[in-house]
Ligand binder design. Structure first.
Ligand SMILES: [Zn+2]
Length: 132
């Protein structure tokens, strides 16, 4: 899938686009970033490089570098095609290792879930705004 960008000042719009992308590309886990620049949020949908994209996701490190150079990071998002909105062990490890909060959207339950890593520069308030 092609890299896509979505901009908005509203947290709810960002959450909506994550859900919409997840539903649109339902055959695989979608993944990407949300950051902010000049008070405008940007959601970036990245290519899922995983060999089993229905069950896991892998983001290209180059996409990550582009993202952190351009935007103040807030969180990484992905979708779950299989199962519910519970994070996998791998999700938690990735969130802890990247020091970035994670948001997941489950296609089955239509629910979101949030994970805040123990070590992060991102204030919890920035993420909490997306919980509405
Ligand atoms: Zn996951």
């Amino acid at each position: 899938m092609k890299k896509q960008f979505f901009n908005s000042k509203k947290e709810q719009d960002i959450i909506n686009v994550i859900c919409n992308w997840s539903e649109q590309f339902f055959s695989q886990e979608v993944c990407g970033f949300v950051g902010v620049k000049n008070d405008i949020y940007t959601a970036i949908l990245c290519h899922n490089k995983s060999r089993s994209p229905k069950n896991t996701f892998t983001i290209d490190p180059v996409d990550y570098l582009f993202f952190v150079e351009e935007y103040e990071p807030i969180f990484i998002f992905h979708s779950h095609v299989v199962g519910d909105e519970k994070f996998s062990k791998e999700d938690i490890i990735m969130s802890e290792n990247s020091c970035l909060p994670f948001i997941v959207y489950s296609l089955n339950t239509k629910k979101l879930n949030f994970h805040q890593p123990k070590k992060t520069r991102i204030p919890i308030e920035s993420v909490n705004k997306f919980k509405k």
